[in-house]
Ligand binder design. Sequence first.
Ligand code: UDX
Length: 435
Amino acid sequence: MKVTVAGAGYVGLVTSACLAEMGHEVTCIDIQKEKIDMLQSGRSPIYEPGLESLLEKNLHNKQLNFTINPNEAYSNAELIFIAVGTPEQHDGSADLKYIHVAAHTIAHYMEQDVIVCTKSTVPVGTNELIQQIIDSRKPPNLRAEVVANPEFLREGTAIIDFFHGDRIVVGTSDPKVAAIMEQFYQPLQIPIYKTDIRSAEIIKYASNAFLAMKISFINEMAGICDNVGANIEEVAFGIGLDKRIGPHFLKAGIGYGGSCFPKDTKALAQFGGHLNQPLPLLDAVIQVNKRQHSLPIVKAKELVGSLKGKKVAILGLAFKADTDDVRESAALTLINELSVEGADICAYDPIAIPNAKRILGDSITYREDIREALTDAELAIIATEWEQIRHLPLDVYLTHMKKPIVIDGRNCYPLQAIQQYPITYRSVGRPDKTM
Ligand code: UDX
């Protein structure tokens, strides 16, 4: 099919590349010319494992092209995916300005009947709003059907998630449209759940809120483990054996970040307020996570007292491993708090430094080499579970740091390994080790 994807961000680019890989003729449109120029030359503006090669392959075989021209993108599209950003506003609600622009532009340039699928995470009622905007501006003789089709892609594994996701959700009231979407996705052999539009919109928010809740729950249990000397990894394993709980998303650490959980939990909480229906559980998930981001500062002060003038190495800037995305990263919260304390900060990350620099500027120093970042440090804080950190020979902390004091915010090291070394080591919800 001739498919257009509106938005060349994390979701739009992965969706474009994977739909092209499925054999569709895909046009991806974005308003940022420099981004489109970069993509036309085969380079990706974001890091996502496997994305660049998929883009290059499908650009080369003409399955995929990029444009800023809305007429080229929308006039003869059979299927359009809206994958534009819905950033958080000051009150926590989702900013729909890019959604509005996409809907107006589609209506203006469409020249044939079209199905419009919303992949962006949008508050309940937004797909109906998109339908109204398009209906009020499209040529009267043409039809546009709007479908809620949320994505469940994780950064770092997005291409795997696209081809091997647990389910595809299709929200529409028109059985014929549902059948078309079922046929469109059939080659993926992934269960397709057809439901109404509003339920589909809530499924997305509820999924992310529930996953965020699991993380805040295990982090709250980690606090109890810290107090009584138990081990949160043992607890997580023990509760995860219950099929009703499951083993996934029970990894304690310094909390969740990224462009989704923080934004979507706040948007859902704000939506509850809008409905005059408080969501205290969600509020607690958000509060626990906020506190968790600062946990290493509490542990650091217990260990070294004042942080003023101390050289602190932050290992990891990305919000999780295998991405260059630093949005809402725990590392940024830590760096801001350490800066207030007057610490001298040096941050390591294998790929996220350029994105971090755009936010932090030159207020700290950056190193793409862990050993350089650790050199003469009096404290190291692990904020991201990069493989390069998890597999670092532990004696490096002894040979490069002024004082081998490590606060591990992602429980990267097995306790029995770290206990072989004269390192003062703190982690999350596991017994302390002090030399
Ligand atoms: C998430 C959802 O998983 C995905 O389905 C949705 O489409 C987008 O949002 P993403 O934010 O990219 O994906 O990454 P994810 O792997 O879910 O991690 C989110 C955050 O939670 C990261 O900061 C990660 O470090 C943290 N996390 C995850 C934990 O702290 N503990 C865990 O057990 C799992």
